[in-house]
Design a binder for this molecule. Structure first.
Ligand code: WTA
Length: 649
């Protein structure tokens, strides 16, 4: 055993886990010095129908093109090639229902279902380039629908089944989807969420949807609209279908995934076929080093990018066996995850710091009820992990035997950007640091003016060169793509996060530098919530911000000014909560809603959101000159004074 120094003292790590950091350094060096050769080699992890002419075309930057003129199909790489090469009987998914039922689907079973549904899509009039929305819970039809769309070249946009009707309608409208694939309902925490009725409500606010395919999961009563709605089990009756994969250009879109930004309108990140697939297959291999016989469990929801890349595409590309769990991690009891690991002898667990902190609260009793000795590697994603949670995870779940792979990345980046690389050579781990960049990733930490900051100083993290997994553009909005990500620092990708590089070169990710919240690892926009509040007839103005929380990272706090004719009362707050739940979804509901008579504003009428936050969190006094751009200190002081009295501080 060697010892690893951490901020929290010293944690033992086995020799085994950092045998050869040198080989990581070598791979990294090669990726930066000879990118063409490096990526040509890595791209061979997949089967190409036609080889590319050029690895990277930068002529239309920042619209980078990877593997130019290469032809590929994601569903072929996920299923066909495994069926052809000795894996037809291997389990692709071990699916566990919330009630504990299981279904095991082999690569051959998945192949048949994907073909089957691809044929149904064609028969329902869907063609290459059409947009379809998938609004499904964690059931096997979700990966089947994604792969079937990919097979025929239809561009899918998966909407997390926890979103409400307003959020769903917005995504249908922006993507101009002609089809929605959903289920009658979803099991969650022992209850049923009525997905189909949310779809019905959303479609009323849209005009493009011609077909709704409905999976029967819960058998609750649903309204089926004649001529528009059809059951999944009816359209997939022909179980002998074969659909020739559509050979997609490497830079054709594969999917659109909406994510929150700094305006009220979510951004539709468009991912391509070739570069994205190469990136996620390699990053999964590098970071977690899964072996052929391992059981991989990415415990995210399929509706977020983590699920897209690391429940569906990457593990299937690599021919792995994944666990897929339908329900809540604390249902029926807080040992649910540990019980699944024990029952299925899971080898690699990949989850979020919020999940770890939630389960940590219930104490060691629950993991102790189960045999977790099958675990070899643990991972986290979605938010910074605090050293205490890291240590708990390392000791109580990994039994001080499993390295923790803290993967830092974003919807836009497609796959891991900064993460320890187990297969290339693991560095000694420091709890809370995502360690070093993946091969091909060239990060830099800058101040506001674009100067590099010294080690140990906080700055904005940016990337000096493109990588294969980066998104192609924002749907319907190439200008916003350029402006949001490539204008702050010329020629670099700016991602909106703060970071520090320490004296040993380790990266520490410190959270969002913009008005985006990270609640329980979910990325939410403050302005989206403010817009939803203002859309209520009682509300005149609102300011929303994130308050630090020991379990969820952040929780949502809203200050609301009502229109004059409305009296302050509790019913209004209850109604506002209910409306946000129905419109945006339960994860958007503020933890606190405070009704006030005024909000601090600049002379030009802009709400000083950061002043609201500073007063509410009692972070004042301090340097108030940084609270607002282009506002005088006197103006801020006056705003603070009046708001303090108002907020009862
Ligand atoms: C944050 C999720 C610290 C970060 C994959 C990023 C992290 C945002 C980490 C993206 C991590 C993600 N350490 N922060 N390991 N992983 N983040 O698009 O602020 O839902 O910008 O993608 O989550 O969230 P998104």
């Amino acid at each position: 055993m060697t010892e690893v120094k951490t901020q929290e003292g010293v944690l033992p790590t086995k020799e085994l886990y950092h045998p050869n950091i040198g080989s990581y350094q070598q791979a990294y060096k090669e990726s930066i010095e000879k990118p063409e050769e490096f990526w040509s080699k890595q791209a061979q992890v997949l089967d190409w129908h036609r080889r590319w002419d050029k690895v990277l075309d930068e002529s239309d930057a920042p619209f980078y093109k990877w593997f130019v003129n290469g032809k590929i199909n994601a569903s072929y790489n996920a299923v066909d090639r495994h069926v052809l090469r000795n894996k037809r009987n291997k389990a692709a998914y071990i699916w566990v229902a919330e009630n504990g039922d299981e279904k095991i689907i082999t690569y051959d079973g998945l192949y048949r279902r994907v073909n089957n549904f691809a044929k149904a899509l064609l028969e329902l009039g869907i063609k290459k380039g059409d947009r379809i929305i998938i609004y499904l819970p964690m059931i096997l039809e979700a990966p089947v629908a994604m792969l079937a769309a990919a097979r025929i070249g239809a561009v899918f946009s998966f909407v997390f089944a926890g979103f409400g009707a307003g959020a769903l309608a917005e995504r249908i409208n922006d993507s101009k989807a002609t089809m929605v694939i959903t289920a009658d309902g979803a099991f969650r925490n022992g209850k049923v969420v009525k997905l189909k009725s949310i779809v019905d409500e959303a479609i009323e606010q849209t005009s493009t949807v011609r077909t709704v395919v409905v999976v029967e999961r819960t058998k609750i009563d649903v309204q089926m609209e004649e001529g528009r709605d059809i059951w999944w089990h009816i359209v997939t009756r022909d179980s002998h279908a074969y659909v020739e994969p559509e050979w997609m250009d490497s830079n054709d879109p594969l999917y659109i995934l909406y994510t929150s930004g700094t305006t009220g309108k979510p951004k539709g990140a468009v991912h391509g076929n070739g570069g994205y697939s190469v990136w996620i297959a390699n990053t999964l291999k590098w970071a977690f080093d899964p072996e052929d016989d391992d059981r991989w469990w990415c415990a995210a929801d399929i509706g977020w990018v983590t699920g897209h890349s690391y429940i569906v595409f990457a593990p299937l590309f690599l021919g792995l066996t994944s666990i897929m769990y339908e329900g809540a991690i604390t249902f029926p009891a807080p040992d649910r995850m540990w019980e699944i690991i024990d029952r299925y002898r899971v080898n690699i667990l990949y989850t979020s710091p919020t999940a770890i902190r939630t389960l940590m609260r219930y104490g060691e009793k629950y993991p102790k009820m189960h045999d977790l000795s099958s675990l070899k590697v643990l991972g986290t994603v979605g938010e910074p992990i605090n050293p205490a949670a890291w240590k708990w995870y390392y000791e109580n779940i990994g039994k001080s035997n499993c390295p923790i792979i803290d993967t830092y990345w974003q919807t836009e980046t497609g796959g891991f950007m900064i993460s320890p690389s187990l297969s290339l050579g693991l560095p000694p781990l420091k709890p809370g640091s995502a360690t070093f960049p993946m091969p091909g990733i060239d990060p830099v930490i800058l101040d506001d003016k674009g100067n590099e900051v010294p080690n140990e100083e906080k700055g904005f993290i940016a990337y000096k060169r493109p990588w294969p997994g980066m998104f192609l553009t924002l749907n319907n909005d190439p200008e916003r793509f350029k402006k949001t990500y490539f204008e702050k620092y010329k020629g670099m990708y700016y991602c909106g996060d703060y970071a520090i590089r320490d004296k040993d070169g380790y990266y520490w990710l410190l959270g969002r530098a913009d008005e985006v919240l990270n609640v329980a690892g979910h990325r939410l926009g403050t302005i989206e919530i403010e817009d939803a509040l203002i859309a209520s007839r009682e509300v005149a103005e609102s300011a929303v911000f994130g308050k630090p929380d020991p379990v969820k990272g952040e929780v949502i706090v809203a200050f609301v000014v009502l229109k004059e004719e409305f009296e302050h009362d509790r019913d209004i707050v209850t109604n506002l909560r209910k409306r946000i739940r129905e419109d945006l979804g339960p994860i958007y509901v503020p933890e606190e809603i405070h009704l006030v008579k005024l909000l601090p504003k600049t002379r030009s009428g802009k709400i000083m959101r950061r002043v609201v936050k500073a007063v509410a969190l009692k972070q004042l006094p301090g340097d108030i000159s940084t609270l607002e751009n282009s506002v005088s200190v006197d103006e801020i002081k006056a705003a603070i004074e009046s708001f303090r009295k108002e907020a009862g501080d």
